[in-house]
Design a binder for this molecule. Sequence first.
Ligand SMILES: Nc1ncnc2c1ncn2[C@@H]1O[C@H](COP(=O)(O)OP(=O)(O)O)[C@@H](O)[C@H]1O
Ligand SMILES: [Mg+2]
Length: 280
Amino acid sequence: MMLELSQLSHRFALTEVLAGINLTLPAGESVALVGPSGCGKTTMLNLIAGLDRPSEGRIENRYAATAYVFQQPRLLPWKTALDNIALGLKARRVGRQEWEARAAALGRRLGLTGADLDKFPHALSGGMQSRVALARALALEPDLLLLDEPFSALDVGLKAELYALLLAEVMARGTSVLMITHDLMEAVRLSDRILMMAPAPGRIVGEFRLERAQAERDEAWIYHSTAAFMRTPEVRAGFGLPPPPHPSPAGGGGQGGGLPPAAASSRGPEKKAEMSCGAH
Ligand SMILES: Nc1ncnc2c1ncn2[C@@H]1O[C@H](COP(=O)(O)OP(=O)(O)O)[C@@H](O)[C@H]1O
Ligand SMILES: [Mg+2]
């Protein structure tokens, strides 16, 4: 099973939002898409989810079940948390007893109490709503999970808790993950590979592999790897950061606050940067 995007381009009216995207996501891999606001990340996920048709190129999704967690929880306000979690199960005509049991068990695994599960979304905190949204996606037992900044509204404690819950689910089932984040540390923490995007039109300008196995990643490694990632020219150019504190002699002269000279080297989508972190 795998997902493959070939030469994918997309336009809204005359504006080219994505250009020449090639991406393969094999079974069991977690890939993070990072890039500045507006570079087309959500558009790419929407295309993969089939919510929109690409202007050009091909998307082949050979996963049996794809689930999508939107940036906003998007819960149905007139249904309880339990009913929201069970939406997909009900759509699949799973019997009542079974969907109730499965949705409740999943809700509890994601830290929701019985009382929470009976509440309507307006009575749940943002963190609780995010748990419900994640549970609703996991209830489908997806083998491909699309996540659009699902943790961006949460505080660090809640994030840490949900990361652990997500990783436990993903590792237990071998789920493939394609997640959007603009939190670079989150990308380093959760993924096997990071794809750096640049805007106008949105394209992939760097690919970074995180070699260390998930179970062996400690906080020190995550901090160290995030720092290394942030020093790369692709990331600095992509987010409009000034050149790194210790520029190479060849990179001198770029003091004006614009893109560092190295940005030129990241223009071609086929010329990808490679970085391996913590391989030992
Ligand atoms: N339905 C739409 N119609 C027109 N323009 C859109 C639409 N959706 C997104 N865009 C534009 O496409 C660009 C990429 O948007 P998006 O994929 O949401 O970026 P990101 O998720 O990386 O922040 C933005 O300039 C945005 O304004
Ligand atoms: Mg977005």
